[in-house]
Design a protein around this ligand. Structure first.
Ligand SMILES: [Zn+2]
Length: 261
């Protein structure tokens, strides 16, 4: 397809460090986007507007994070993120049923795979190499030896002992349900009635509960499933230190979530 060849030509210069913000306006019908072997550090949120995108290859770049919008590409079937610097994946990545193939091999700091990826074809060899504690910048948690990094948008972790949510989280969830359920339109809230930063958060939660799909805004209850303790361990020769991580919204979901639920 012509659009793709345009991008392939550009890619050969090996000079891309980011993508244009108006990507979707320029290439609204893009189905495949091959951007491997560049120096891309940031993928713009505008990637979420490529609603027809089925294949996205960002292998061999310099990505440390991928924006949550990639997880919201409903047509995406193939996602290639191998050989980057990823520490975390967006909490909703893999929620889409269309997404079937996810390759994150050789991201040595990546120790957590989203629970949504459990039933998909994943490549994760070379992930989870030990790193020094001094390098840790993001919130992390562990239940035993593996330590998992959490996305930067997660402001706090709650555990099975924390039955009451923080006030801001309670307020955001209440607002979301009030306006989403009854008015069907979050635009009803103007920046006058809510600070702009909170309004943006309300429009775009940090993720959704892997158990019940409740939106979460500032906190999560993480739950770890070491890959070596799952039936999939055999596929990875039992050597991996990577875990599946589920983000839950409450102590109840934390207790009841299972990888196959
Ligand atoms: Zn939940």
């Amino acid at each position: 397809m012509r659009d793709c060849s345009t991008w392939r030509d550009y890619m050969k210069r090996n000079s891309l460090t980011t993508l244009p913000e108006n990507l979707a306006q320029k290439l609204p019908n893009l189905v495949e986007l091959y951007l491997h072997s560049n120096n891309i550090v940031v993928v713009p949120e505008a990637i979420g507007s490529l609603v027809k995108l089925q294949c996205l290859d960002l292998s061999d770049n310099a990505l440390e994070i991928v924006c949550p919008e990639i997880g919201r590409l409903r047509a995406l079937r193939h996602l290639r993120l191998a050989n980057n610097q990823l520490q975390v994946l967006p909490p909703d990545l893999g929620q889409s049923r269309e997404l079937q193939y996810v390759y994150v091999d050789n991201n040595i700091n990546l120790k957590g795979l989203l629970s949504y990826l459990y039933n998909k074809v994943i490549g994760c060899s070379g992930c989870g190499a030990p790193i020094q504690v001094s390098e840790v910048k993001l919130l992390s948690f562990s239940s035993g030896p593996p330590t998992i990094f959490l996305p930067a948008e997660v402001k706090a972790m709650w555990t099975e002992h924390d039955h009451v949510l923080p006030l801001q989280e309670l307020a955001m969830r209440s607002l979301y349900h009030t306006y989403h359920s009854f008015l069907k339109d979050l635009n009803f809230l103007s920046p006058i009635s809510l600070p702009r930063s909170l309004l943006e958060l309300l429009h775009c939660p940090l993720g959704h509960c892997h158990r019940c799909s409740e939106p979460m805004f500032t906190i999560v209850y993480p739950k770890l499933f070491p890959l070596r303790e799952t039936p999939m361990a055999g596929l990875h020769q039992g050597r991996t230190t990577v875990s599946f991580v589920a983000y839950c919204c409450s102590t109840q979901c934390l207790q009841t979530f299972d990888l196959l639920s």
